[in-house]
Design a protein around this ligand. Structure first.
Ligand code: ADP
Ligand code: MG
Length: 238
């Protein structure tokens, strides 16, 4: 049985076809990246997995069960966005604790989980800071800690590094890889940056105009691109 299955997802907004027949199986623990230009349907697909949007047609299954009728907050899927996702009036520890409070976990367990999550993203001792007093990179680590604190089955990241400068981006890419290895969490990652996709992913799904053109490892896409688009787009980083 496949772990996460995106089964023929189509999404239209009026006459705009955002995604069309997106079909993809993600294995447990896999790091899968959606790579493609702006407007190719990457975020829409991610939002449908997260439950922020309903598909026009198709299904999403996790461990063989459809999750389409499960509301977003009950899917337990972690999500990190590009920027500005922390609650500015809450401390770092309170930000990370938030999803656990919503789940009515007791205080001692919350404190323990928050401490571990801070250690995972290498921010031990930063719990009392306010987000505004931290750098953009540190804020994204806090967002990552908050997304992982309840051990989600899947972690979704939508261009989480695109607001950061190159040096910081590389530093956090390294951290994301380490966290993936340490936790074994299944990751769906969105980027329009070929280099980033090649550096991070087990496999890459190349999006173009709402469809997946090809799925494969970085070396596979390089060595045998299925279409001209894949050759041009993936080859860009060489
Ligand atoms: P990407 O994340 O790859 O940049 P999106 O999934 O955001 O692409 O968008 C795919 C297409 O769907 C684009 O043409 C976009 O304009 C359109 N789209 C996305 N969301 C909406 C919306 N809420 N209303 C109308 N059109 C949308
Ligand atoms: Mg997007």
């Amino acid at each position: 049985m496949s772990y996460l299955h995106i089964d023929g997802i189509r999404k239209t907004f009026g006459t705009v076809i955002a995604t069309d027949h997106v079909q993809l199986t993600i294995e447990q623990g896999e790091f899968m990246t959606f790579l493609g230009p702006s407007g190719s349907g990457k975020s829409t697909t991610l939002y449908i997995v997260a439950g922020f949007q309903d598909p026009t047609a198709g299904d999403i299954t996790l461990r063989g069960q459809s999750i389409l009728n499960t509301p977003s907050h009950k899917r337990n899927i972690g999500m990190v966005f590009q920027r500005y996702t922390l609650f500015p009036h809450l401390s770092v520890a309170e930000n990370i604790a938030f999803p656990l409070r919503v789940r009515r976990m007791n205080r001692a367990d919350i404190d323990d989980k928050v401490r571990r999550a801070l250690a995972l993203v290498r921010l031990d001792g930063f719990g009392d800071r306010m987000p505004a007093r931290m750098s953009g990179g540190q804020q994204q680590r806090v967002a990552l800690a908050r997304a992982l604190v309840y051990d989600p089955p899947v972690l979704l990241m939508d261009e989480p590094l695109s607001a950061l400068d190159k040096k910081l981006r590389e530093e956090i890419q390294h951290e994301i890889r380490r966290i993936h290895q340490e936790t074994g969490v299944t990751i769906l990652y969105v980027t329009h940056d070929q280099e980033e996709a090649l550096r991070l992913s087990d496999r890459i799904a190349v999006f173009n105009q709402g469809r997946i053109e090809q799925v494969g490892t970085g070396p596979q896409l390089y060595a045998s691109p299925a279409t001209r688009f894949v050759a041009d787009f993936v080859g860009d980083s060489a």
